[in-house]
Design a protein around this ligand. Structure first.
Ligand SMILES: Nc1ncnc2c1ncn2[C@@H]1O[C@H](COP(=O)(O)OP(=O)(O)OP(=O)(O)O)[C@@H](O)[C@H]1O
Ligand SMILES: [Mg+2]
Length: 295
């Protein structure tokens, strides 16, 4: 659907990352440089559009964020600048005018994994394995750049139209840089989505294995059609898991779901849902787990 923003923008350019220089006498107007086309999606922090740069006719994905989300926009732009890989978005620019902040990255045609799988209640283990390899490979590429994504969920993966179920990871608004010195690092801004967040987030910390927990939540949902933890409750209040290093599902409902899974998948989930992130399986170990390699 074609959508053109018609209001006239006025304001001074505040281009925070050194991508495009503007004259200080000429107020920057996003709509003069770019044409806005269809809405690709909407998140809690902004609306995502396809835009075309008028001068070059190049297409970009543009996340338009409210100015109150300035800190998140900054975090997202810095993370995008520091990642590189075929499964990750390529940063183009962070722009600002009087009305909004715009984060531009290379256009990825496709829809998000949540919408893509919306018609399926759950996946069989053969299909699930393929999806998990794709998701884990995206996370690994990100960690290889020393960036933890910290908001892993199906909505943040794009199914690339160009090939069959080739996933790309998006939405770096919660991403944090990984320190070489410390195992557990402080969260500088809120991360995660309730129900997907690992236990360490509730103590204000993250680890390079934090994304593995959230991936396990995704696997559980894709395998069973249901969330492992209630949407409104944090891990600590749900009491669904306990015992560092172990994975205990005390409820009958969980036990019933586990019975539907192969022993190898149960073993993988147990290692991913380990409370202490230092004892949790790493993303490399997920990718070489027998459930992945032998399924
Ligand atoms: N390149 C893209 N192609 C297709 N859809 C996209 C693309 N980028 C983003 N989207 C859609 O827009 C939605 C919102 O984008 P994004 O997750 O970056 O925003 P957000 O406000 O940070 O989200 P959240 O609610 O997770 O905080 C995505 O879930 C997805 O549906
Ligand atoms: Mg998102």
């Amino acid at each position: 659907m074609f959508r053109k923003i018609v209001r006239q923008l006025a304001g001074k350019a505040t281009n925070l990352l050194p991508c495009i220089a503007f004259s200080t006498t000429q107020p920057y107007r996003f709509n003069q440089e770019y044409s806005t086309f269809e809405q690709l999606g909407k998140g809690s922090c902004g609306i995502v559009y396809r835009v075309v740069e008028n001068s070059s006719q190049k297409q970009f994905t543009c996340k338009k964020m409210r100015k109150t989300k300035r800190w998140r926009a900054h975090r997202e732009a810095i993370a995008l600048r520091d990642i590189s890989g075929s499964r990750l978005p390529q940063f183009h620019a962070k722009l600002e005018d009087e009305f909004a902040i715009y984060i531009l990255s290379k256009y990825i045609p496709g829809e998000d994994l949540f919408d893509y799988l919306a018609d399926f209640y759950c996946l069989d283990e053969y299909d699930l394995q393929h999806v998990v390899v794709e998701m884990a490979s995206c996370i690994k590429q990100c960690l290889d750049c020393s960036i933890a994504h910290l908001d892993i969920k199906a909505e943040n993966f794009i199914v690339d139209e160009a090939s069959v179920l080739n996933l790309k990871l998006i939405d770096f608004g919660a991403a944090h840089h990984i320190s070489e010195d410390k195992e557990l690092m402080s969260l500088k801004t809120p991360a995660g989505t309730t129900g997907f967040s690992p236990p360490e987030f509730y103590g204000g910390r993250f680890h390079r294995n934090s994304d593995v927990w959230s991936l396990a939540v995704c696997i559980w949902i894709l395998a069973t059609g249901e969330r492992p933890f209630p949407r409104h409750e944090s891990y600590s209040t749900s009491k669904t898991v306990s015992e560092p290093g172990h994975f205990i599902f005390p409820t009958l409902a969980h036990e019933e779901k586990l019975k539907t899974m192969s022993p190898l998948l149960v073993s993988l989930l147990g290692q991913m849902f380990t409370i202490d992130p230092r004892k949790r399986i790493s993303i490399q170990e997920v990718l070489s787990h027998p459930w992945i390699v032998n399924t």
